[in-house]
Design a protein. Structure first.
Length: 79
């Protein structure tokens, strides 16, 4: 489980996470509504002093050299 906490003074808007799929890993992903990049929504809002949660269940299917990337994007009132 990965928690994304907002300790800033402004909400984090359009907060989305993308985890690359790989042939050598079997992954199940779920999280706060709107958090995952594959969702049709614009992302979730992580209010000040709250958290968004991402649950990853990963099974290794074969040896590998390259790990999947996790990309996080969001906006603040400053852009």
């Amino acid at each position: 489980t990965v928690f994304f906490g907002n300790l800033g003074s402004e909400p984090l808007e359009n907060f989305k996470v993308r985890v690359d799929n790989c042939d050598h890993l079997s992954m199940q992903k779920q999280g706060t509504e709107g958090l995952l990049d594959g969702d049709d929504e614009d992302g979730c809002v992580v209010a000040v002093r709250t958290q968004a949660k991402l649950l990853l269940l990963v099974e290794v299917m074969a040896p590998f050299d390259d790990a999947p990337a996790m990309r996080i994007k969001f906006q603040t009132s400053e852009g």
